[in-house]
Design a protein around this ligand. Structure first.
Ligand code: CMC
Length: 393
């Protein structure tokens, strides 16, 4: 092609330098700023990890408390945004609502629109991280026809989200520790994953110099697709279908279908393009899954028994072992979210909430790079050669 290379899907093209996340698929390794994901998941909360992803280092106690308080004090959204939300149908998909709400934020924060000013970029980052839980919970409450629950400043980031999701104004609500910890872990495990489709979308969109709310809305839109953030929803759908069609008694038959290449059926939540050894996030999510099911007394719930049975068979079956097909993070995260009462249609919105910190850190990294340029892929033109418009048509 002379001037440029043809690389559909960017399988062989690095689009940027980045110092945020490192993945080694063969080793099953995921690092945020050099720290292994399992160590972060065990010793840090989502605010520590967000600070780390944004700033490059873990916060000390004073930095943590300042960051916490900054995020907490930006968690309210402009009251007018409630009216914007009310324009949606109640049965709108939460990702449709979220794409709209995040994009609409750009119309509310005119005080920090200079993206060349690092201070403005920082405020926008804090606002987005702080407001995402509020927006996701608003979308959920709206779909249920329930009143919105406003953020409460003495709760943790994740505790606050749990309360905004599940509390009602009619009763005192106490956040369940196990639920809070489980969601916090889901947030940590989904916070960044280097140049995946939605992150690349945020960078490309942001490279035009558009405002961060618009760039993140583009990321939300991209994440929505079933080949990306939509996989955990697909996994739960599979479990529900199997349950409705015979449940555990039909697992053997279902697995035969999965192994039959002509059936077109895959075991959703298994296999990964990059992790061929194991998905380090899945191991951590599996722990959380066991903890949540036992703490909530759901070990005997038929759907969860079914999931555990599929997992048991797949981990022993030579078909999966030979092809290095292990459960991925979505297999367990779907089960955990269902166990804590999050409806399947909201799973991808929760993923978006968690990934916002990664998106905004990558956007900021791009704008801080003195070499940054507007993204402008080339093409191989395959259309008609030059020709004249006929004189008579
Ligand atoms: N069930 C049954 N067979 C499978 C599965 C599966 N889930 N995944 C892969 N295979 C088989 C595939 O048929 C092929 O067999 P053969 O070599 O005999 O033709 C072999 O394993 C290799 O598969 P592949 O399609 O070449 O692998 P890939 O790297 O292109 O696909 C994947 C990765 C994630 C798309 C795929 O494993 C899959 O479709 N999994 C189910 C969907 C899913 O859970 N997706 C979530 C991914 S993690 C979320 C994220 O990070 O965004």
């Amino acid at each position: 092609t002379g001037m440029f290379t043809y690389d559909p899907g960017f399988l062989a093209t690095a689009s940027c330098e980045s110092a945020i996340t490192y993945i080694d698929g063969d080793k099953g390794q995921l690092l945020y700023r050099g720290y292994p994901i399992d160590q972060l998941a065990k010793s840090c909360d989502f605010m520590d990890v967000s600070y780390l992803i944004l700033n490059g280092e873990l916060p000390n106690a004073a930095q943590k408390s300042e960051f916490d308080s900054l995020v907490t004090h930006h968690s309210l959204v402009h009251e007018q945004l409630h009216f914007f939300l009310r324009g949606f149908r109640r049965d709108a998909h939460p990702m449709a609502v979220l794409t709209g709400l995040v994009g609409a934020l750009s119309a509310f924060y005119h005080d920090s629109t200079d993206i060349t000013n690092p201070r403005h970029r920082e405020i926008s980052a804090i606002r987005l991280i702080a407001k995402m839980p509020t927006l996701v919970a608003m979308a959920y409450k709206y779909s249920q026809g329930q009143p919105f629950i406003y953020p409460q400043n003495d709760l943790s980031y994740t505790g606050n989200f749990v309360r905004m999701m599940f509390a009602t104004p009619c009763e005192d609500y106490k956040v369940n520790d196990v639920v809070e910890r489980a969601l916090d872990r889901i947030f940590i495990l989904h916070a960044d994953h280097e140049q995946n489709a939605s992150t690349s979308t945020v960078r490309l969109c942001g490279s035009s110099g558009t405002n961060p709310f618009a760039a993140i809305a583009a990321g939300v839109a991209c994440l929505w697709g079933p080949a990306h953030g939509g996989a955990n929803e697909a996994c739960l759908q599979m479990l529900e279908d199997l349950q409705a069609n015979g449940g555990i008694a039909k697992v053997g038959e279902f697995m035969e279908k999965v192994k039959d290449k002509n059936s077109g059926v895959r075991l959703m939540g298994f296999g990964h393009r990059v992790y061929k050894n194991y998905d380090p996030r899945a191991k951590l999510m599996q722990e959380t899954c066991k903890e949540v099911l036992s703490a909530l007394g759901l070990e005997n719930d038929p759907l969860f028994k079914l999931a555990m049975e599929l997992e048991r068979i797949a981990l022993e079956d030579p078909y999966f072992v030979e092809r290095k097909l292990y459960p991925n993070v979505d297999f367990y995260s779907g089960i955990v979210q269902r166990a804590i009462g999050i409806p399947t249609s909201l799973f991808t919105a929760i993923f978006a909430l968690a990934r916002t910190v990664g998106w905004i850190a990558q956007w900021n990294e791009m704008l801080s790079d003195p070499e940054y340029k507007i993204g402008r892929p080339r093409q191989l033109y395959t259309g008609a050669v030059v020709r004249d418009v006929p004189a008579q048509r």
